[in-house]
Write a protein that binds this ligand. Structure first.
Ligand SMILES: NC(=O)c1ccc[n+]([C@@H]2O[C@H](COP(=O)([O-])OP(=O)(O)OC[C@H]3O[C@@H](n4cnc5c(N)ncnc54)[C@H](O)[C@@H]3O)[C@@H](O)[C@H]2O)c1
Length: 303
């Protein structure tokens, strides 16, 4: 089976590419290289995964790909508030293009959406039918993308699945856009205090990138391209203070975190209800402790 991954030289895209290649799929990635990392490119090269330099808004060589995983997007909430047009232009237009090309060629599409589509939760854990009220242009661009694909399913019978990813962690995040886990690890390794925005009681649902890849594989194998939307999280709610504590224990460092002003667009709590995904594919997420240890191992080995 041939798989094309857009944004495949980014953090999640390249981890999914490596995983699927290991599992026997034929994988090709495209990326504009705007936010790809040398680490990701090195790993793709080691695994002999072809990398095409192209923008997903114009790329149209989809012939021969059974499955397309659309991971290309700009991902900074903060930047999207400063420059919303950039986010709508890239994230929505790329999805409109990728989806339409898939529909024309009858390729099946997995869209990597985000928990940012929910905005500030009014109920925890968050189910897929929670109201959709994104707080940032980034979140809105992901929601608009989902809507574009839903319309394509109605108009052109596009076969697709939407995965609403919660906070994904693992090796190979771009340092400029790294999530809280990478930023804490980098600071602790330099014996600097982790920086916590706000009081640290805000919570997140951290999901290991290899779990995302496992979910993608099972959905492909079971051919579950039914237009459904699935939360992909761990179902565990972890505060940022707890996360800092956990990482310090694993890394054997004792450095008191420092606090900075809360960031605009940040939500107070986040935790996924993953029962829909569990029911569909019997998914058991990796614990945060195990995922962090594995991730640190991969970073040390440079693999
Ligand atoms: N990282 C997370 O925690 C998280 C959470 C929820 C959803 N997501 C979604 O997962 C996807 C991947 O995120 P990531 O964390 O790997 O981000 P990333 O920035 O590491 O990777 C995205 C890649 O897409 C590329 N790209 C951007 N626009 C492009 C375009 N028009 N054409 C071709 N390539 C383009 C970038 O160069 C980059 O390599 C995104 O769609 C994001 O919205 C990520």
């Amino acid at each position: 089976m041939r798989i094309l991954i857009t944004g495949g030289a980014g953090f999640i895209g390249h981890n999914v590419a490596l995983y699927l290649k290991n599992r026997g799929f034929e994988v090709v990635v495209i990326d504009s290289f705007e936010h790809s990392s040398p680490y990701a490119l090195r790993r793709l090269n080691t695994y002999e995964i072809p990398v095409i330099n192209s923008d997903a808004r114009i790329f149209n060589s989809y012939e021969g790909f059974d499955i397309v995983i659309h991971a290309a997007a700009y991902i900074s909430v903060e930047e999207s508030i400063k420059d919303p047009v950039k986010y709508f232009e890239n994230n929505v237009v790329s999805t409109a293009r990728v989806g339409f090309e898939c529909a024309k060629r009858r390729s099946k599409l997995i869209y990597l959406s985000s928990a940012a589509v929910y905005g500030e939760p009014i109920e925890i854990p968050i189910r897929e039918d929670h109201p959709l009220n994104p707080k940032s242009p980034y979140g809105l661009s992901k929601l608009m993308s989902e809507q574009v694909l839903k319309q394509y399913a109605d108009l052109y019978e596009l076969k697709h699945i939407v995965l609403r990813l919660f906070n994904v962690y693992g090796p190979g995040q771009n340092p400029a856009y790294a999530g809280v886990i990478n930023s804490f690890i980098n600071r602790l390794k330099e014996n600097k205090p982790p920086i916590i925005y706000g009081d640290g009681t805000q919570t997140r649902d951290f999901i290991y990138v290899i779990d995302v890849a496992r979910v993608v594989e099972v959905l492909i194998e079971r051919d579950l391209f039914n237009g459904e939307v699935y939360n992909v999280g761990s179902g565990e709610e972890t505060s940022i203070n707890e996360l800092a504590e956990k990482l310090m224990n694993i890394l054997n460092k004792r450095i008191k975190p420092i606090h900075a002003a809360e960031r605009p667009g940040d939500i107070k709590r986040s935790s996924a209800d993953i029962s829909k995904l569990k029911n569909a594919i019997g998914f058991t997420p990796t614990s945060l402790e195990k995922g962090l240890r594995e991730m640190l191992g991969a970073l040390i080995e440079g693999t």
